[in-house]
Design a protein around this ligand. Structure first.
Ligand code: M6R
Length: 630
């Protein structure tokens, strides 16, 4: 939620900041703004000045405003930028960051991601000392506190260290001031912040994605540290001023990975990147004979008696799929808990409890807090994340990295499938450690898992074929005029139904709920009529006949059904108004792995229903990709 970026060094400043914000826009798009330092001259005693451009709404509005500055900002060498997801104060130009305070040499500007919990108290104190507030934001207190320090003659570093000492809550901040026009100071507490290292220029941002076009070398900034950047130097220190030495880390993602690459949206691109995401995630972790190589986390798995998955949203659904896989293959009890509940639940566990936080971003504040709660009982923490160097990687005992590449679309797609792949590996790894299944059964499943990239590719090709397009168009038609929808599945298809419903509601704004098919008669069936489409995951084996009966019951009550079933499934075609086809070659695929494939048609369904309604699938209203506040 909210993205921050900073640049210091050369005259590319405005371009680098705007490029950075473009890659951070998934974090919020209520407003965007820049604060830039202009070099000093003889006339003003050689201190710099600050200039600002801010606009409400998406970044394109800020880009338009910059075009009207007619070269006023050329020659700028340092600045900070922000893209906002509003928490305190509605989206408006006044509430847009950067926030500023002070005059002349003491003028400061700050961008912030997070929430300052004691802002009201700080504001009262500042107002009593004569500061006039212009915005309704919590952030403005930071600007005034900083300006007080700089006004007393403190350096930007000293003023920021002192300011940070007054703040409660979560924050990543970057600040500039007129007195030091070639410097940026930044700090964080619980919100993410990285420093990017360049040649004669340096950067700071909420995530590495913002900077991949400029550098692949990064430094993590830890809680309680200040980073001071000039074009030629980066200094890390504690709030007390003790220097901190830290090795940089290299990020493998390339800059093209964060571009659209010819697709009309990131979501569509990311759906089509799923075979590659699965391939990269499985690579090196499954041997050719089908055995699992999880040497990276092996130690953590021995003696595990219980597993707890904690996650939010789509990642929570991945946890539910994992529960089914781990319990059925490894016979270990698994609990899956929404992280925002777990953190306050006073959870029960011991040193043999494996706690698995799942988080694409590795930044979700509730998931991080859930890890802290698990630490309270001495749980072993194995994080699943897609983001190298993210906060969660530093809180965990070990990490299983999904290798889906950067995901920009707010709706998670390829990272969900990559999470499923890694969690299926974990299930196989635990089953091997516990010897819960015969070796040849495990090797067979390993072989099947190795085939998943190819199976997803086949599914995408089928859905992208003429027949597939016609099927999707028919399914979209079923949703015309709908006022709600239900997604049904049993066993491992139940979490897929939940995920399908979440995808649809978040990008099309159509109320959609997922249920175990057997729950229908206990309430949800009351919703069913011709304006409440039912999306049915028929499944195979023990689940199929029962699911079909439940779906028939909805048809009898006027529901129009969209079935997800194999191409040649005549029973599905008989019942359904539209069938999203899966390749016939999936016959015999183990049900425990099926969520990896069955999710794909639901992602495309959500995508096309939203596009049919003329909506922006990459930036759905009210959402931000990384939820870094509670
Ligand atoms: O970064 P995380 O995996 O921790 O994010 C968790 C959820 O916020 C996320 O999955 C969210 O539900 C997505 N927008 C769903 O598409």
């Amino acid at each position: 939620m909210c993205g921050i970026v900073g640049y210091v060094g050369g005259e590319r400043c405005v371009g680098v900041l705007m490029e950075g914000l473009r890659h951070l826009e998934y974090r919020g798009y209520d407003s965007a703004g820049l604060a830039l330092t202009l070099p000093g001259d003889e006339a003003n005693g050689y201190h710099g000045t600050l200039d600002f451009v801010k606009r409400v709404g998406q970044l394109k509005n800020l880009a338009g405003a910059l075009e009207e500055t007619n070269g006023r900002l050329s020659g700028v060498k340092a600045g900070v930028g922000h893209t906002r997801w509003a928490t305190h104060g509605r989206p408006s130009e006044t509430n847009a960051h950067p926030h500023t305070s002070g005059e002349g040499e003491a003028a400061v500007a700050v961008v912030h991601n997070g929430i300052i919990e004691n802002h009201a108290e700080l504001r009262a104190g500042l107002e009593a000392r004569g500061h006039a507030f212009v915005s309704e934001t919590d952030t403005e207190v930071i600007a005034h506190l900083l300006a007080e320090g700089v006004g007393r003659g403190e350096s930007l570093r000293e003023a920021l260290a002192e300011t940070v000492g007054h703040l409660h809550g979560s924050f990543a901040v970057a600040a500039v001031c007129a007195a030091e026009p070639d410097t940026i100071a930044a700090a964080r507490h619980q919100s993410p912040l990285v420093v990017g290292l360049g040649e004669g220029e340096n950067y700071v941002a909420s995530t590495v994605q913002a900077l991949l076009g400029n550098t692949h070398e990064f430094l993590v900034v830890e809680n309680g540290e200040i980073a001071v950047l000039t074009g030629g130097s980066v200094e890390l220190s504690t709030l007390e001023g003790e220097p901190v030495e830290r090795e940089p880390f290299e990020v493998e993602w390339d800059a093209e990975a964060v571009e659209l690459g010819g697709y009309e949206s990131y979501m569509l691109k990311e759906i089509h990147e799923q075979p590659a995401a699965l391939g990269a995630t499985l690579s090196g972790r499954l041997r050719p004979d089908g055995s699992v190589d999880l040497s990276e986390v092996d130690e953590l798995l021995s003696g595990v008696e219980r597993v707890v998955m904690v996650a939010c949203g789509t990642a929570y659904h991945a946890g539910l799929v994992a529960k089914h896989a781990i319990e059925s293959l490894a016979r270990v009890p698994v609990e899956v808990v929404v992280a925002s509940e777990y953190r306050y639940a006073d959870p029960i566990g011991d040193g043999n409890t494996l706690v698995v936080p799942i988080s694409q971003s590795g930044e979700t504040s509730d998931t991080l807090a859930a890890v802290e709660a698990a630490r309270g009982f001495g749980g072993r923490v194995l994080a699943v994340t897609n983001t190298q160097g993210s906060l969660i990687t530093r809180e965990a005992d070990a990490v299983l990295l999904t290798k889906a590449g950067p995901e920009i679309g707010v709706a998670a797609t390829k990272t969900f499938l990559a999470q499923l792949a890694v969690l299926e590996l974990l299930a196989l790894g635990l089953a091997r450690t516990r010897e819960s299944l015969p070796e040849e059964h495990l090797l067979g499943l390993g072989h099947e898992l190795r085939r998943m990239p190819e199976r997803v590719q086949e599914t995408l090709e089928l859905l992208g074929s003429e027949a597939g397009n016609a099927a999707i168009a028919a399914a979209v038609k079923v949703f015309e005029g709908a006022r709600c929808s239900l997604f049904l599945g049993r066993g491992p298809s139940h979490p897929v139904a939940l995920e399908g419903a979440l995808k649809l509601k978040e990008i099309s704004y159509l109320p959609s709920e997922g249920y175990p098919a057997g729950e229908m008669k206990h309430g949800p069936i009351a919703l069913v009529d011709e304006y409440c489409p039912v999306v049915a995951l028929l499944g195979e084996g023990v689940y199929r006949e029962k699911t079909i009966s439940n779906v028939e019951e909805t048809v009898a009550r006027g529901a129009r059904v969209v079935a997800v079933a194999r191409e040649g499934d005549s029973e599905a075609r008989r019942m359904a108004a539209a069938t999203l086809p899966l390749p016939e070659s999936l016959a015999g695929m183990p049900e425990v792995l099926s969520p990896i494939v069955r999710t794909v048609p639901l992602q495309l369904l959500a995508y096309h229903v939203a596009r049919d309604r003329g909506l922006d699938v990459d930036k759905p209203r009210n959402l931000a990709k990384s939820v870094t506040v509670e």
